[in-house]
Design a protein around this ligand. Structure first.
Ligand SMILES: Nc1ncnc2c1ncn2[C@@H]1O[C@H](COP(=O)(O)OP(=O)(O)OP(=O)(O)O)[C@@H](O)[C@H]1O
Ligand SMILES: Cc1cn([C@H]2C[C@H](O)[C@@H](COP(=O)(O)O)O2)c(=O)[nH]c1=O
Length: 217
């Protein structure tokens, strides 16, 4: 049974870039690695509808925090068997966003903290009702909100397909999401959280594959 590791962070923080770098390093070291990226755009209608809502479609859908959270949760629930099979067949399964994204973004939208009602609802819905596996570890890519927002804006300039959505344009929301993520990490929400500052990917790859839960001194 392989390790299940979820990478979390703000929009534009660099999660996808980091996950790609980790996979390269682990594969070169001979480890069997699988990855899932959430939302599963192009593979899941609920993921696509959520993205469309964040870009202004589907009437007032995006105003409902719980409806948006449910769409992202249903997308993940559709992958539960694949995640289970992947953990059986690989040394490491790395997830680019997972359930903690739903916790952090929706707590931030409702101006709740990590102990708030919507985070408990996400836990009951996703880990309870939908049976999503709990990650062995989370990685928080702790990039400052201003830096992440700048990267998301630069990416949008270069690539029209990555135009910023309603969450990415909302600086106050991003700062609240950052605060909730830090609280989730500080309280070891669901499993230990490894805080990564974005500096040395090789050290992170080594620490994670060795099962360490914090940077080596
Ligand atoms: N360490 C880095 N330094 C500078 N730029 C970076 C770094 N990591 C990623 N980027 C750039 O920042 C932008 C966002 O990176 P990436 O797509 O990996 O972020 P993400 O966290 O997966 O974003 P999202 O959650 O919004 O999909 C990209 O243009 C990427 O090339
Ligand atoms: C998986 C997931 C995502 N979100 C939020 C986070 C982002 O702002 C958007 C879209 O994700 P992307 O990585 O920028 O493509 O949706 C969320 O609220 N809940 C989730 O479960």
């Amino acid at each position: 049974m392989g390790q299940l590791i979820a990478v979390e962070g703000l929009d534009g923080a660099g999660k996808n870039t980091l996950v790609t770098g980790l996979i390269e390093r682990w594969s070169a070291a001979g480890l069997r690695v699988a990855t899932f990226t959430f939302p599963r755009y192009g593979r899941s209608a609920t993921a696509d509808i959520a993205a469309e809502a964040l870009h202004g479609s589907h009437g007032d859908l995006r105003n409902s925090v719980y409806a948006m959270a449910l769409l992202f949760a249903l997308d993940r629930a559709g992958a539960v068997d694949d995640i289970q099979a992947a953990t059986d067949a690989h040394d490491i399964v790395i997830l680019d966003r997972y359930v903690a994204s739903n916790a952090a973004y929706n707590a931030a939208r409702l101006e709740q903290d990590a102990a708030g009602e919507v985070v408990r609802w996400v836990v009951d819905l996703e880990f309870g009702r939908f049976g999503m596996p709990v990650p062995d570890r989370h990685v928080l890519l702790g990039v400052a909100p201003e830096v992440a927002m700048q990267r998301a804006a630069a990416r949008a300039e270069k690539d029209a397909a990555r135009a910023r959505d309603a969450y990415e344009r909302d600086g106050a929301l991003q700062r609240r999401v950052d605060a909730v993520y830090r609280e989730l990490a500080d309280t070891a929400w669901m499993s230990p959280w490894y805080r990564f500052d974005g500096e040395n990917i090789q050290d992170l790859a080594d620490d994670l594959s060795a099962g360490r839960t914090a940077p080596t001194e």
